[in-house]
Structure formats: structure tokens, C-alpha cells
Design a binder for this molecule. Structure first.
Ligand SMILES: [Zn+2]
Ligand SMILES: [Zn+2]
Length: 311
């Protein structure tokens, strides 16, 4: 829930009493706040980016298993036995492995990068005063994590915190997609989409060539085992290829139009800044180049205002 409070109400309340002027809430809310504080203390024993969510941990672990399965079938079942000694076999194996490594690294960065967390419980008099607001201005407070809600921030019920420029919570990366990890999420969908298309093209070519030949000299496994591997690979490629293609296009559209998934759903109207080229540069880090495709490059943090939010 979001609460809009006039700046002067907070200040006048502070003048009346020496106690903290966080707005009064009912008993239920107070209990919720206490519980939030307890959880906050507990959270200090694990990294800030790690979200304790069973579905998210399962899905993110499954991602690596699926990538490794794809690598095994493409390299171990298709390429090396089918093209023994051929340079093409090694070229495809190296390219496919590079895509797999880049997909895995993009996933790791998306999962382990703070998406833009606003610290829980930072709605204090001191922080509100630092905002430099004047009479008539409104401060937005999230009643679930007791933070000062910045513009375009949304509360994630899975992460139990407010996230700057939150797009959505993704169980496949066990994290929110927000201001600071969107690039890595886009790269993750891009590389999985590429891997899927690449594996399906190699598998279809392999099946067409080998089925004419009764699979002779095509495989080190028995033909039925090989067919099962290929069917699973094609199913995985089709399913995740389509899924990541849709996600990739949606994310790119979100960056170009400067509208997060939540803003699109809520049809929130706001003044947009810059043109689409500037937005792409801002998200992917500078002018177009190899760094746009690298999950190893770090992003400039645009924390021009409200630095104290991170106290
Ligand atoms: Zn919140
Ligand atoms: Zn989340």
C-alpha cells in the first residue's frame, strides 16, 4: 500500500513532539512494521540480492541444468560424432559454448545485481528533511516496507521491498527486473533465444542428414537414445526460444518507450525524457558497441538525486 503525506504534516508533527514523526498507523500496521524490522535484521545474515523464494531458487537452478543439457546434446551427440575431424564441428562447438557461457554469465549478473532496492524502514524524519521539500509537497510512503517511495518505484511482494523502476519479478532469475539489472536480463533473454535457434537449426540439419542414412555413422549412442535426446532438445529450444523471444521484444519495447511492465499494465501517464536512442544508451551503457552485448561490463549508476535513500 502507498500513503501520500504532506510534507508540512510531517514537520508540524515533529514540532509537537520529540518522538519520531513517522505517521501513525493502526495496530495492524504497527505489527506489520515490527515484523518488517525483524525480517530486516534477519536479512543481514545473507547477501542483499538473495531472495528467499522456493520457486525462484528452483527455476534459477533449472536454468543452468537446461543450458548444460543443450550443450551436451549439441556438442556430444550432434557435432563431434557427426562431423568427426571436421573443422566445422569445432567451429560450431566453440560458438555454441561461447553463447552458453554468455547466457549463464548474464543470468548470474541479473540474479546477483541489486535491481534498485530502496532500503526498508528509511521513512524517518531525518531522511524526509533531506529531501529538500517545501510546504505543499507530498512524500510517498510504502506502508509495507516503511520506505520513502521514489518516483517509478513499486513494492514487490516476493522481494518484500520497493524496487526502483521495477518492471516485474522474474522467478527464472530469482530477482526483480529493475533499474540496475535490466541490461543483464535483456542479455540473458537474447543469449537464450540465440542458443535455442542455433540448437534447433543444428538438430534439424542433423536429423535430415542422418534419417536418410539409418543413423549409420551419425551417433555414438543407439538410434532410439539419440532420437530421444534430439526430441528433448527441439522441445526445449522451441519452448524457451519462443518464451525468451517474447520477453526480449517486450523488454526492448519497454526500454525504447521508457515504460516499465507495471506502468504499462496500470496505464500510468508520465512525461518521458530523452529519445529512444538515449534510452538505449542509458540502459546498455554508452554508445553502441561490443559492451552492449557483454554481461561483464558494469553500468553507470544514475543516482543523481536522493542519494540518502540508500542510508
Ligand atoms: Zn515497499
Ligand atoms: Zn521482486
Amino acid at each position: 500500500m502507498t500513503e501520500y503525506i504532506k510534507f508540512e504534516d510531517i514537520i508540524s508533527k515533529n514540532g509537537d513532539s520529540n518522538s519520531k514523526s513517522v505517521p501513525e498507523v493502526n495496530n495492524k500496521e504497527t505489527a506489520k512494521t515490527d515484523s518488517t524490522k525483524m525480517k530486516l535484521q534477519c536479512c543481514r545474515c545473507r547477501p542483499d540480492w538473495f531472495v528467499v523464494d522456493g520457486l525462484g531458487i528452483t527455476c534459477s537452478g533449472l536454468t543452468y541444468i537446461l543450458i548444460l543439457f543443450g550443450e551436451f546434446v549439441v556438442i556430444g551427440v550432434i557435432l563431434l560424432p557427426f562431423f568427426p575431424g571436421s573443422p566445422w564441428s569445432y567451429i560450431h562447438a566453440i560458438l555454441f559454448s561461447c553463447c552458453g557461457i554468455l547466457a549463464g554469465c548474464s543470468h548470474l549478473r541479473a540474479m546477483t545485481t541489486n535491481p534498485g532496492t530502496i532500503p526498508k524502514g528509511n521513512f524517518t524524519d531525518e531522511n524526509v528533511k533531506h529531501l529538500g521539500l517545501k510546504s505543499g509537497d507530498v512524500v510517498v510512503r510504502c506502508t509495507r516496507c516503511e520506505c520513502i517511495k521514489t518516483e517509478r518505484a513499486h513494492h514487490c511482494s516476493t522481494c518484500q521491498r520497493c524496487i526502483r523502476k521495477m518492471d516485474h519479478h522474474c522467478p527464472w532469475i530469482n530477482n526483480c527486473v529493475g533499474e540496475f539489472n535490466q541490461k543483464y536480463f535483456v542479455l540473458f533473454t537474447f543469449y537464450i533465444m540465440t542458443l535455442s535457434a542455433y540448437s534447433m537449426a543444428l538438430a534439424i540439419h542433423y536429423v535430415l542428414r542422418c534419417s536418410d542414412n539409418d543413423w549409420k555413422g551419425c551417433t555414438i549412442f543407439s538410434p532410439p537414445t539419440t532420437i530421444i535426446f534430439i526430441v528433448f532438445l527441439l522441445f526445449e529450444g522451441l519452448l524457451f526460444g519462443l518464451f525468451t523471444m517474447i520477453m526480449f521484444c517486450t523488454q526492448l519495447n519497454s526500454v525504447i518507450h521508457d515504460e516499465t511492465g507495471i506502468e504499462h499494465l496500470k496505464k500510468e501517464a508520465r512525461v518521458k525524457q530523452g529519445n529512444w536512442k538515449e534510452r538505449l544508451k542509458d540502459t546498455f551503457g554508452g554508445d553502441f558497441g561490443i559492451t552492449w552485448f557483454s554481461p561483464f561490463s558494469s553500468l553507470p549508476h544514475h543516482r543523481k538525486k536522493h542519494e540518502f535513500y540508500d542510508v
